[in-house]
Design a protein. Structure first.
Length: 233
């Protein structure tokens, strides 16, 4: 129970979930020939123009905080519990992301999974910064992307990506943004015009050694059961 108490004290008021209205329907999903499925064909419920946002703080050293958001039966997002877990790759007691030189690292991930728990797209950031309690003395952020491919050169593709920072040194906080836009053309839509995922992540690095991860996802077309997994460590 102690990790949950620590997490609650650390993150009070920081977890959030917002969603713009998502239209739900059971038609207009292209079949493999590019035409809508026949009425009554039993296709899954479709959600359109879903936009989700949320925030997670940087947890204690050696720990990660992660959370899942699932599209419910009426396309309303269902917010899962924010869980505090050992940082990936080592037990919590054996890992420290802060050194005596007042430097720290934060990593974030934003991933979209389908109802079969196959990861479709993902955006990942790694930020390193040093600080003296008054300003961020130096900082750098790297962003990477991953996506699921299918046989015969099909599946998800990276359409565009980018990153920016408002300040890298000499400021009370360094705000780092990363974006990735993905498109899909494959067995579920040969036209390439139906599906699109856009991930946006903002990592704020502060002069006191704390940080936060803010996430946004936009889904052009999706389905009930798709889930968004995000984390900060």
């Amino acid at each position: 129970m102690r990790p949950r108490i620590v997490l609650a004290a650390l993150t009070a008021g920081l977890f959030s979930l917002t969603a713009l209205p998502a239209a739900a329907s059971t038609a207009a999903v292209p079949d493999r020939a590019g035409a809508p499925p026949a009425p009554g064909s039993g296709e899954s419920r479709e959600c359109t123009d879903v936009k989700l946002s949320g925030a997670l703080p940087l947890p204690p050293a050696g720990m990660a905080v992660q959370q899942q958001v699932t599209l419910g039966p009426d396309c309303t997002p269902v917010l899962g519990e924010a869980r505090l877990v050992p940082k990936s790759g080592a037990p919590a007691a054996a890992v420290s992301s802060r050194t005596a030189a007042d430097t720290r690292q934060v990593r974030s991930w934003s991933e979209m999974y389908d109802c079969c728990n196959i990861r479709m797209t993902g955006l990942y950031t790694t930020s390193d910064w040093s600080f003296d309690g008054t300003v961020v003395t130096a900082s750098a952020t790297d962003a990477t992307q991953e996506w699921n491919r299918e046989p015969w050169n099909a599946g998800w593709s990276l359409k565009s990506s980018g990153k920016s920072a408002d300040c890298v040194a000499g400021c009370p906080a360094s705000v780092n943004e990363a974006q990735a836009e993905f498109s899909y053309q494959g067995v579920f839509d040969p036209t390439g015009a139906w599906y699109a995922n856009t991930h946006s992540t903002t990592v704020t690095l502060k002069a006191d050694g704390t940080a936060s991860c803010d996430f946004d996802v936009e889904l052009k077309h999706s389905f009930v059961g798709w889930n968004w997994q995000r984390g900060c460590e």
